[in-house]
Every structure is written in structure tokens, then in C-alpha cells.
Design a protein. Structure first.
Length: 95
């Protein structure tokens, strides 16, 4: 029996589909000027998967939603976001 490996395009589609379901993380990254569609390397994808997992279990969703709805300066999200380090790395990488 031959194993069929998913293509990178399939993996990117799966990641994109998961990100659509995670509005807070997607909005957080957009507010940090991170173009998720432009991130295609395997290490970055792994970081995004970890960030999605962390966001799903985040105890600070209310603080995140309030921050996203407000006019707080972008760096202040680091006070509550468990993905702050990952987001900063992605922001710098994407620049």
C-alpha cells in the first residue's frame, strides 16, 4: 500500500481553515501587521499551529477581545497574551 503525503498546499489550506476559525488570533496578528498568507515556511507553520493551540485554551479571551475592540497601542497586548512571544517573532520575521 502506498502512503500519500499531503502536499504543502493542502497543509497551508488546513492551516488557513483553522485560522479562519480563530478570530481572536487572526485579528491579533492583523493588528500586528502580520500577513498570515505570506508565511509559508515549515518552522513558521509549526509556530502558528502552536499559537492556535494556545489561543484555543487561553484564559484571557475576554481581555483579548477588549484589547482588540479598543484603541490600546499594539505592544500592550503582551500583558495578557500567552502568544505574545510567538506573535512578536512572527511580526519581526514578516517585516
Amino acid at each position: 500500500m502506498t502512503k500519500i503525503r499531503p502536499s504543502l498546499a493542502d497543509a497551508n489550506y488546513g492551516l488557513a481553515r483553522r485560522l479562519v476559525g480563530h478570530r481572536l488570533l487572526r485579528r491579533m496578528m492583523a493588528r500586528q501587521h502580520i500577513e498570515i498568507d505570506a508565511l509559508h515556511s515549515t518552522p513558521v507553520e509549526a509556530a502558528l499551529y502552536r499559537a492556535l493551540h494556545t489561543c484555543t485554551r487561553c484564559p484571557a479571551k475576554a481581555a483579548c477581545a477588549a484589547w482588540l475592540a479598543g484603541a490600546e497601542p499594539p505592544p500592550t497586548y503582551t500583558r495578557f497574551c500567552p502568544n505574545a512571544e510567538t506573535i512578536e517573532v512572527l511580526r519581526i520575521t514578516a517585516a
